[in-house]
Design a protein around this ligand. Structure first.
Ligand code: SAH
Ligand code: SF4
Ligand code: F3S
Length: 448
């Protein structure tokens, strides 16, 4: 039995892929281990979205060098988006790498590992598939509260800054029935929440059924208390989905809606295919249909050609929308993307950094304001795990995906409880457990 240690970087899609990889390897008689010290094989499932994602992996490979040279580790493999992005170059730059395999090649991993072990042959596989959805593999999930399901793979949007269409290939959707069957199984295993994943879930299509159809089916699964999804694209947001979220308690009132930039000129250069006005109108529609919704976003600062005036429009949209939270990134040029071919990465690094700081500062104020508006409200929350700062307390989440910390020693992760929000900061709400009155047994009188 060969022992494999797998480390995961990047987004939730990669977390999910790692569960697929574990399932594939275990089926082929490999044992997964929890640390590099016991491992014959070390695999890194990597990300390529920004340059620092690549740097992190090169740094990690430097750390592994000595163990590999001493023969303590027999095989080092790089999987995922960075593998697909750099291909052979990776093995050339780092000779300890034996396997480089992209996101559609995981079924060949057992074969690739065996080739290294038995024949000393390095293994590369970068073939991207138009069909692979791994719908025949049951992911190896660790017990917990949330389970991921990738409902589609790849991306056809070609936002000009983005490497994903190159690392994950063409967009393809997984069959509705296989998703729903897996969801039933997940609920039977005790998970309380399912998060559906795709680079652009709005373009999910399978034999005439779209994302709203899929969500409607998810909403009807008995015992499934929470359904989340990420990410929708603002360009083709189905209004029917908003009505479904409003109608069904178990479809969560949270929408992650990546804005990227506020100025129409920059949005066009990014090939986002919506304007500032269309984005703002969509936000209004969302809030009209689901009044108690939270909206979060992603922003890129310092994209090619972004002037101070363009940047001010991003700030203005943020002020107007008041997102509940935002991930703010410095533009990082990716080789082979459209922006790399067509535009100059001309915003100086210090300007990018300074813009990111200004956006973060503004967002911190807004997040705090929106979180403090929760004070006094009673929310049903799902307990996820011990709080990192104080393990005596729980971290739980509201339907709106806001983290709440509170004390409730009698409860466990996976429990739904009601809390009153008593305080709030930029990132976290603080609550007090509301004890449910104990239900007295109902005595039915029987007339004799
Ligand atoms: N498919 C998702 C995005 C996945 S990548 C979507 O469209 O919503 C997550 C985020 O990384 C993006 O929303 C974007 O804000 C950021 N990002 C992508 N490419 C980037 C780049 N080259 N530089 C900086 N940030 C980038
Ligand atoms: Fe990248 Fe755009 Fe596809 Fe998102 S929608 S993965 S940002 S190309
Ligand atoms: Fe995810 Fe990074 Fe790939 S964000 S899709 S792992 S490039």
């Amino acid at each position: 039995m060969k022992k494999v240690y797998l480390e995961t970087y990047g987004c939730q899609m990669n977390e999910y892929d790692s569960e697929l990889i574990k399932a594939i390897l275990e089926k082929n008689n490999y044992t997964m281990v929890g640390g590099q010290d016991d491992a014959d094989v070390v695999l890194l499932n990597t990300c390529a979205i920004r340059e620092n994602a690549h740097q992190k992996i090169f740094h990690r490979l430097d750390q592994l060098k000595a163990r590999k040279k001493r023969g303590q580790i027999k095989v080092v493999g790089i999987l995922g988006c960075m593998a697909q992005n750099l291909r052979q170059e990776l093995a050339e730059r780092s000779p300890i790498v034996d396997i480089v395999a992209g996101p559609d090649s995981y079924k060949r991993l057992p074969y690739l590992i065996r080739s290294v072990m038995e024949k000393g042959e390095k293994g590369f596989d970068f073939s991207l598939s138009e069909y692979e959805t791994y719908s025949d593999i049951a992911p190896r999930r660790l017990p917990g509260v949330n389970a991921w399901i990738a409902i589609m793979r790849g991306c056809d949007n070609f936002c000009t800054f983005c490497v994903v269409p190159y690392t994950r290939g063409r967009e393809r959707s997984r069959p509705v029935d296989s998703i729903i069957a897996e969801a039933h199984q997940i609920v039977a295993e005790g998970f309380k929440q399912i998060t559906l994943l795709g680079q652009n879930v709005n373009s999910y299509r399978y034999e005439g059924q779209d994302f709203a159809d899929l969500m409607e089916k998810m909403a009807k699964i008995p015992g499934l208390r929470r359904v989340r999804f990420t990410s929708p694209h603002p360009k083709d947001f189905p209004v029917r989905l908003l009505h479904l979220i409003a109608e069904h308690d178990n479809l969560c009132n949270h929408i992650h809606l990546p804005l990227q930039a506020g100025s129409d000129r920059v949005l066009e250069r990014m090939n986002r295919t919506y304007t500032q006005k269309e984005f703002l109108d969509l936000v209004e529609t969302i809030r009209t249909i689901i009044p108690d919704v939270s909206i979060t976003t992603d922003i890129i600062a310092g994209f090619c050609g972004e002037t101070e005036a363009d940047f001010q429009e991003t700030m203005a949209v943020m002020r107007e929308v008041e997102f509940d939270s935002a991930f703010i990134f410095k533009y990082s040029e990716r080789k082979n993307t459209i922006a790399w071919r067509k535009f100059e990465d001309d915003v100086p690094d210090e300007v990018k950094t300074e813009r990111v700081m200004r956006l973060n500062e503004l967002q911190r104020e807004i997040s705090k304001k929106r979180n403090r508006a929760e004070i006094g409200r009673i929310r049903e929350v799902l307990i996820e795990a011990p709080s990192k700062k104080n393990p005596q307390e729980w971290l739980a989440r509201t339907d709106q995906n806001k983290g709440v910390v509170f004390s409730a020693p009698q409860h466990r992760p996976g429990d739904f409880v009601k809390v009153k929000i008593v305080d709030a900061g930029t990132h976290t709400l603080f609550g007090e457990l509301i004890e449910e009155p104990r239900r007295l047994p109902i005595v039915t009188e029987v007339n004799v």
